[in-house]
Design a binder for this molecule. Sequence first.
Ligand code: ZN
Length: 138
Amino acid sequence: MNISHIEHIGIAVTSLEEAIPFYENMLGFKCYAIEEVADQKVKTAFFKVGQTKIELLEATAPESAIAKFIEKNGGRGGIQHVAFAVSDGVGGAIEDVQANGCRVIDEKPRRGAEGLNIAFLHPKSTCGALIELCEKPE
Ligand code: ZN
């Protein structure tokens, strides 16, 4: 597995409507994309900060991982995951981490926001942090 950089940091929010103006004001530039990812039951908003993005995530259903995160966090949002960009294939990266004894949530890459191939590692195997691996498809 070859990790090139932190692709994005995922921040769970209770309301994109409130969070977007806050981040736009704080960062001094506009959110460049809003996208609903039905598969993950989330609505996302993206900001580009250099090579890395901030991904704000709002749950669209109570069973969404974001809704569960907010519930566990006392009803507040917070940093939910860190996504590393891999440059040599998410499928191979999943095999590599599994070979090192790391449990994964996704055994195969799936399609995430912005058309990226993504896979989540299991927090039980990553010292508690939710880690996403992602790559732009060819
Ligand atoms: Zn993400």
